[in-house]
Design a protein around this ligand. Structure first.
Ligand SMILES: NC(=O)c1ccc[n+]([C@@H]2O[C@H](COP(=O)([O-])OP(=O)(O)OC[C@H]3O[C@@H](n4cnc5c(N)ncnc54)[C@H](O)[C@@H]3O)[C@@H](O)[C@H]2O)c1
Length: 272
């Protein structure tokens, strides 16, 4: 029997790529998104017929309902990928309760409620399961205009670990993929080219593609990762390893730093 995956945010970007990757591997896909036309278009391109659920995951009742509907209509769900997310830019001094709550509701509360419902059904059916949350490099590094978003993604990473330790005994693995900047040309979450160029800097030198993230999700869901849970897999061209934009070297070693006979890495010709 075909395996069944439930993917939120499947109407665009990373969620759409996850849906396409699993469909190409023969999975039955149930795709969820707020926006019906985008979801329909994205699922129409899949290699296997997909089920479509239109839902506003910021509604506290929606994640639970989504999981139950997917399970009833498409059969037991083997994997859940929480990719729906919003990243509206807002300066810290302009943050208000409304935008804060909307970001936390979509980015953190919905994955929590969906994971809880999925775990309940899987445990009830005596089935193992796998959950992958999509975090972000912003969970580790604050940036201007993103206090609400960074906080939501830091919370997603702890949610991943907390759920993993409680659900591991039932055979349910919970992991996250943390993308660096990925070009998605999103109409839900547009970014300027200037911003993209600045945030996309990474040691490997190219921007992320949705397929880079989907490949990591596929590995986490696969039996190859059967002993992996509570992990945050950073798929970011090395961006979270450090910065490439500082000067590489200080001009010369001090007498305290230099072993006898050493020369500075950057001294021009003259031995120190
Ligand atoms: N693109 C990047 O550079 C990047 C980097 C790090 C993390 N991420 C994360 O990846 C995930 C996917 O983002 P993306 O870049 O592919 O964006 P995207 O805009 O292409 O896709 C997000 C999808 O989520 C849907 N969505 C938003 N609010 C919803 C709601 N209330 N209910 C249901 N669906 C809703 C949107 O309609 C959209 O189709 C997000 O969690 C995002 O935070 C993206």
């Amino acid at each position: 029997m075909s395996r069944h995956i439930l993917v939120t945010g499947a109407g665009s970007g990373i969620g759409a790529a996850v849906a396409a990757t699993f469909a190409a591997d023969g999975w039955t896909v149930t795709g969820v998104d707020l926006r019906e036309p985008q979801l329909r278009e994205s699922l129409a391109c899949l290699a296997t017929p997909a089920r479509m659920l239109v839902a506003d995951l910021s509604d506290p009742a929606a994640p639970d309902r989504m999981v139950r509907e997917a399970w009833e209509a498409g059969g037991p769900v083997d994997a859940l990928v929480n990719a729906a997310g919003i990243y509206p830019a807002r300066a810290f001094l302009e943050l208000d309760a409304q935008v804060w709550d909307q970001v936390q509701a979509v980015n953190v509360r919905a994955p929590m409620l969906a994971t809880r419902a999925f775990a309940e059904l899987a445990i009830g059916a005596g089935r193992p399961g796998s959950v992958v949350n999509i975090s972000s490099g912003s969970a580790l590094r604050a940036r201007p205009g993103a206090a609400h978003y960074s906080t939501s993604k830091a919370a997603v990473e702890m949610l991943t670990k907390a759920a993993a330790i409680e659900l591991g005994g039932a055979g349910i693995r919970v992991n996250a993929v943390s993308p660096g900047f990925v070009t998605v040309d999103s109409t839900a979450n547009p970014v300027t080219e200037e911003y993209a160029a600045a945030v996309a800097v990474n040691p490997l030198g190219r921007r992320g593609r949705p397929g880079d993230i989907a490949a990591a999700v596929a590995w986490l869901v696969s039996p190859a990762a059967e002993w992996v849970t509570g992990s945050i897999v950073r798929v970011d061209g090395g961006a979270s390893a450090g910065t490439t934009t500082l000067p590489a070297h200080w001009p010369e070693l001090t007498d305290v730093q230099a072993p006898a006979g050493a020369t500075s890495m950057t001294s021009e010709g003259a031995a120190l």
